[in-house]
Design a binder for this molecule. Structure first.
Ligand SMILES: C[S@@+](CC[C@H](N)C(=O)[O-])C[C@H]1O[C@@H](n2cnc3c(N)ncnc32)[C@H](O)[C@@H]1O
Length: 292
């Protein structure tokens, strides 16, 4: 879309930016897969000082140790890391004796993960693929979906993914995931903000104006972070980041709907006891041993 029409600024186009989009409207370009943005997301994943892209290194190690001990599976148990990013969890699960497959649709992250595994001689399989398209049957002892992946999908996509995940797990296999709660958005009110970048930034290498809006969809328990990029020639592009938050009750219902048995839940994936004020729910569920 271009904001300049016959040499003039088109205010109706500008106005359209500020309108609340319909729930789960898709972007023209996928934020995670855009070649430029995904490089910057990769830097965020690897930034050990921040929890922006991935959790901090020491949290990841703590989490992998805690979960490995909790599951107590034999060496060589197969683990599928969905949305593995640059492989930060995959590598540590490999270190704990799992036979790991990591899937992510960001080419930048998968390239990085593959290079790291090669350099360290880790036998990890990394696939650049949309995890909504996986097709495994009774193959994995563990499947992980870490750092809110189930929260950024539409209801339909989440149902599809959980159906595929259940199918991919061996009977008795574990699903590990985490979800945002309402507390996660404690400071986030509906608002608009903007900044001007005259140099290379997260979204674009050329100068640009970045508009940010935060919308609430209260009934659906969904928030939207909408980022609109405006370039010097009037070209604009919006990116929607949908964030669905869960109550503990809703999370339990979701597992029940997909015939997965809740094993345990915490405030994180390091075993911190769950509290009503937690921003996250860390969960482990199990595929039933026999057909139920
Ligand atoms: C919040 S990051 C978490 C990365 C990793 N689990 C971690 O905690 O370090 C989400 C990851 O999921 C990937 N992703 C999102 N949707 C995906 C999809 N449909 N198929 C494959 N990967 C996806 C993104 O590219 C990104 O690397």
């Amino acid at each position: 879309m271009n904001l300049i029409n016959n040499g003039k600024l088109d205010f109706s186009q500008l106005e359209s930016i500020t309108k609340k989009p319909k729930l789960f409207t898709k972007d023209k370009i996928n934020f995670w897969q855009d070649p430029y943005i995904s490089e910057h997301i990769l830097y965020a994943h690897l930034d050990d000082e921040s929890d922006e892209g991935s959790r901090k290194y020491e949290t990841i190690i703590k989490s992998v140790l805690w979960l490995s001990e909790y599951m107590d599976l034999p060496k060589g148990a197969r683990l599928l890391d969905l949305g593995c990013g640059p492989g930060l969890y995959s590598e540590h699960f490999h270190g704990q004796g799992f036979k790991v497959t990591g899937i992510d649709f960001s080419q930048s992250s998968i390239n990085y993960a593959k290079e790291e595994a090669k350099a360290s001689q880790y036998d990890i399989e990394y696939l650049c693929q949309n995890y909504l398209e996986i097709d495994y049957t009774n193959e994995f002892d563990v499947i992980t979906l870490i750092y809110g992946d189930l929260c950024v999908l539409s209801h339909q996509e989440r149902d599809l993914l959980l159906t595929k995940v259940r199918k991919a797990l061996k009977p008795g296999g574990y699903l590990i995931f985490d979800l945002f709660t309402k507390q996660y958005f404690k400071k986030g009110h509906e608002n608009q903000s903007w900044y001007l970048s005259r140099e290379e930034g997260f979204w674009k290498e050329d100068e640009h104006l970045l508009l940010h809006e935060h919308f609430k969809y209260k009934k659906e328990k969904v928030r939207l972070e909408k980022y609109t990029l405006i370039m010097a020639d009037g070209e604009m592009q919006s990116y929607h980041i949908w964030k669905h938050y869960f109550s503990l009750k809703r999370a339990k219902e979701m597992l029940h709907e997909h015939q997965l048995i809740l094993k345990d839940f915490w405030s994180d994936l390091c075993g911190k006891p769950y509290e009503i004020e937690s921003s996250w729910i860390g969960m482990i569920a199990q595929k039933p041993l026999s057909k139920q």
